[in-house]
Design a binder for this molecule. Structure first.
Ligand SMILES: NC(=O)c1ccc[n+]([C@@H]2O[C@H](COP(=O)([O-])OP(=O)(O)OC[C@H]3O[C@@H](n4cnc5c(N)ncnc54)[C@H](OP(=O)(O)O)[C@@H]3O)[C@@H](O)[C@H]2O)c1
Length: 201
């Protein structure tokens, strides 16, 4: 059997990493893109050493990744001393593949809270993409489909942290309702089933 060596350098180069800083109670996310053209085999080790050094020096409080599959996570983590704290994945009622493809389960098993990017599907939720789903979410959210969509993510035991995209203060304020909106399991699965468009076995 031939096992091909993994080009760690190229893999790392193709992925986006981000470092989360906490500064005076203000959370700021800094996106770092590694040199996509680098072919230096040692660059991955420089990268992981740099990330570890950023933590050790106090410049960063924690390191997370974005759009990593479980094997990507394991590969990077295996070369780092500092534990990765989160993975930013696309998650919403419309884009829910991570709920069944192992990405979410991988993090939940390790007790690592994932971040959900585009929790409202980038606004697509409010288009005619899935009218039945929008109608159901509006009803469950008492006229506010955005809040019930975010409540659906918050209700998952993986401790999902949605990253809201709107800059509208009134919309952000309205979305705080999602923290108190009741979401029992029956309702959760009704939303999931409607999003899938078929019964969930
Ligand atoms: N890691 C990655 O690969 C990746 C990829 C994409 C995004 N992200 C991150 O994820 C963040 C969120 O993504 P996103 O912008 O797609 O988030 P989102 O919250 O799913 O979508 C925000 C969009 O929904 C619209 N919207 C319509 N009705 C709304 C309502 N009632 N309440 C709130 N928003 C409403 C907003 O419009 P208005 O702006 O007019 O309010 C905005 O255009 C981004 O800022 C970025 O930091 C990460």
């Amino acid at each position: 059997m031939i096992i091909k060596p993994i080009n760690f350098s190229k893999l790392i180069s193709s992925l986006i990493l981000f470092i989360s800083f906490s500064f005076n109670h203000y959370a700021q996310e800094v996106v770092i893109t590694s040199d996509a053209t680098s072919s230096d085999e040692g660059s991955s080790f420089v990268m992981t050493a740099t990330l570890d050094a950023a933590i050790a020096s106090g410049k960063a409080l924690s390191v997370g990744v974005s759009n990593f599959r479980p094997h990507d996570w394991n590969l990077l983590q295996s070369a780092m001393e500092t534990p990765l704290v989160t993975n930013q994945i696309e998650m919403s009622v419309l884009e829910n593949s991570s709920f069944t493809n192992g990405d979410l389960a991988f993090l939940q098993e390790r007790g690592i809270p994932p971040m959900a990017w585009s929790p409202l599907a980038g606004g697509l939720l409010f288009s005619d993409e899935n009218p039945a789903l929008l109608s159901l979410l509006t009803e469950i959210g008492n006229g506010d489909a955005a809040s019930s969509s975010v409540a659906w993510l918050l209700a998952h035991p993986a401790r999902i942290m949605p990253i809201l995209g709107t800059n509208s203060l009134s919309r952000i304020k309205a979305l705080s309702r999602s923290c108190s909106l009741p979401m029992d399991r029956e309702t959760w699965f009704e939303i999931y089933t409607t999003a899938q468009g078929h019964e969930v076995a």
